[in-house]
Each structure stands twice: as structure tokens, then as C-alpha cells.
Ligand binder design. Structure first.
Ligand SMILES: C[S@@+](CC[C@H](N)C(=O)[O-])C[C@H]1O[C@@H](n2cnc3c(N)ncnc32)[C@H](O)[C@@H]1O
Length: 315
């Protein structure tokens, strides 16, 4: 089993999307018939292989081969949706995020009137579970192209991936369809706001109420802050938008320093679990509950991080 795991560790680190001829031969020879109780990593591979079929070797791109970029104008909403959120492969990788959001809102009784999602990107998956626990939702991002994508979605010109919404609905039970839920979320979205987490006034001159009961921020701050101290400042900036006693839901990638966006590689903050915990305390938050998932359990291919850390904190 070790060598099977190692083989796929290599796959993950080098961004190989399809099983190569070598993997195929190896799998045929080594994977046992019943793999349901073996390491989840292997189950995942079986599922993937059964979906895409076993193909021959293909050209691969390593993180190192990507062009380095720092200007977020190269953040491509379409690429992100397809590769990080919506494809079967991507949605499969995202399941734990959906599970954790469901858990926080349903098992830890997170609710309130106004929710702000910080650094939404082009995807609203972070507010699906939240939507039945809040009255108003505000989405936000730094890049004009993500804001534009969200505006188009809000007007009904494009839809968010049904497979993602359906997965979240499967956690909740009930009979609502993906399109009903998407319409309900559209109605609750009261604003799509420019934001800069590095600014002491993150919402700039937004002239609405800048106090929220819940803030969600998924994999955003580590793309805007490049030292632990800068991360702490960004958290304080975000904290200024949260009511006393309000909830912060924070998702962070740990122990890595880059992520892929189309043909580009971006630098990101490399932070440890201990650093993020102490940074949150210093910024005035109490962590109520947290989960860590190692990359070997939860394989993703478009970055160099080795685990994901999910926190529910209060101010
Ligand atoms: C990796 S994406 C995460 C998107 C989404 N929240 C998710 O979980 O998939 C990081 C997001 O942070 C945004 N971002 C980058 N710098 C920012 C800043 N200074 N202030 C606010 N958002 C920023 C990017 O535009 C991008 O949408």
C-alpha cells in the first residue's frame, strides 16, 4: 500500500491529472478488489479512475513550470470555477469544505442577521449552508473580474454549479432543488462589495452598515498577506467589520507557499497551525472549534500546501 500511496503523492505534487500508463499498470497489478476500507486516498483514486477512465500518459505541468505572477488581474474566474470548484474532480476535492460549513451552521448553531463573505472569488459555495441561517448576505472581493462574475450570477445571467449545490443539499436533507436554493440565495444577497483586507477600512467608502454578525473568509487572507504579522493585521481589519460576539469562519491552507491560477503560479503565505492560532488570539478571537485535514486525505492539485485548517471563532 505504501508504494501506491507514494505514487499518488507524486501525482499530487506534480499536477498530473490523468493516470499515466505506469500508474495504470501499477494499479491493475496492486490495487486489491475491495478497497472500501483502505486509506481514503486510495478510495478517491478508485473513484477518479472509474470516472475518467484509464488513459495513457499525458503532458503534465508542474507548479515550477508555471509562470510566476503577482498581479491578480490574471485571476481568471472561469478557470477557477472549472478547476477548483465545479468539475467532478474539483467538487470531490471540495467536499470537506462543504461538510465543515454545514457542520458549523447546523451543529454549532451559527446564525445571525447579516453575513459578509470576505474574498468570495467567483464562487458562492461558502454561503450555501449559511443561507438558511441568515437574513442578508454580502459577497465581496478585491478583483474587478470576480466582482463582475458575481454580479452576472446575481442578475441570473450565469448559474453556480448545480453539483456543488446538490451536494450541500444532500447534507441537509429536504426536497428543495438546486435551482430553488440558488434563487433563494440570490434574493438574500444584498450587496457585492469591493474589499481590500489589507486596508484598515476594508470596505472603503461603502456607505451601508459595515457591521456584520457573521464573517466567512475562505482561503483569502493568505493570498493577500505575505508574513504572519501582515496576516494578523488583515485579521484585525476584518475584525473591525464584525460585531462584538460575532462569528468568524476562517479557512486557511497550511505549510505551503504557492497556488496555481490558470497558466500562472502565485505566491502565498506559508503559515503553520500554531501561528494561525496565536494570530487569531492576538487579533482578539477565541477559537471555538477547528479541524485540520491533511492533503493525503483530501487531495488537491493546484497548490503546494500540505493541509487545510478550518476554524469557527468568536470575537
Ligand atoms: C483562493 S481565492 C478564494 C476564493 C473563495 N473564497 C474560495 O474559497 O474558493 C482568494 C480570493 O481572495 C481575493 N483577494 C486577494 N487579495 C485580496 C485582498 N487584498 N482583499 C480581499 N480579497 C482579496 C482574490 O481576488 C480571490 O478571489
Amino acid at each position: 500500500m505504501d508504494s501506491v500511496t507514494n505514487l499518488f503523492m507524486v501525482r499530487s505534487k506534480t499536477n498530473v491529472f490523468r493516470p499515466t500508463e505506469q500508474m495504470r499498470t501499477f494499479l491493475d497489478k496492486h490495487l486489491p478488489r475491495d478497497i472500501s476500507n483502505i486509506h481514503p486516498y486510495i478510495s478517491r483514486v478508485k473513484n477518479y479512475v472509474s470516472k475518467v477512465g484509464l488513459r495513457g500518459p499525458e503532458e503534465t505541468t508542474t507548479m515550477e513550470q508555471l509562470k510566476e505572477a503577482s498581479d491578480l488581474k490574471n485571476f481568471d474566474p472561469e478557470w477557477y470555477m472549472q478547476n477548483v470548484i465545479a468539475s467532478d474532480e474539483a467538487a470531490y476535492n471540495m467536499r470537506f469544505d462543504f461538510d465543515v460549513l454545514h457542520k458549523f451552521f447546523n451543529e454549532y448553531d451559527v446564525c445571525g442577521k447579516r453575513l459578509l463573505d470576505v474574498g468570495t472569488g467567483p464562487t458562492i459555495h461558502t454561503v450555501i449552508s449559511a443561507s438558511s441561517h441568515v437574513d442578508e448576505i454580502f459577497l465581496s472581493d478585491y478583483t474587478p473580474q470576480n466582482l463582475h462574475y458575481l454580479e452576472k450570477w446575481h442578475k441570473g445571467e450565469i448559474s453556480q454549479p448545480a453539483n456543488v449545490i446538490e451536494y450541500v443539499l444532500s447534507l441537509e436533507g429536504g426536497t428543495r432543488t438546486a435551482s430553488e436554493v440558488e434563487s433563494e440565495i440570490r434574493k438574500k444577497v444584498q450587496g457585492i462589495l469591493p474589499i481590500d483586507v489589507t486596508s484598515a477600512q476594508p470596505l472603503g467608502n461603502f456607505n451601508g452598515d459595515t457591521q456584520f454578525d457573521i464573517i466567512v473568509s475562505s482561503y483569502c487572507i493568505g493570498t493577500a498577506a505575505f508574513t504572519v504579522e501582515e496576516y494578523r493585521k488583515c485579521l484585525e481589519n476584518i475584525s473591525s467589520l464584525l460585531k462584538k460576539g460575532g462569528y468568524l469562519i476562517l479557512f486557511v491552507c497550511l505549510n505551503g507557499d504557492s497556488y496555481q491560477m490558470g497558466d500562472y503560479r502565485y505566491r502565498a503565505l506559508s503559515i503553520t497551525k500554531e501561528e494561525i492560532q496565536s494570530t487569531l488570539y492576538k487579533a482578539g478571537f477565541d477559537i471555538k472549534v477547528s479541524f485540520e485535514i491533511k492533503e493525503t486525505d483530501y487531495d488537491a492539485i493546484h497548490h503546494s500546501f500540505d493541509s487545510y485548517y478550518y476554524m469557527l471563532a468568536t470575537k
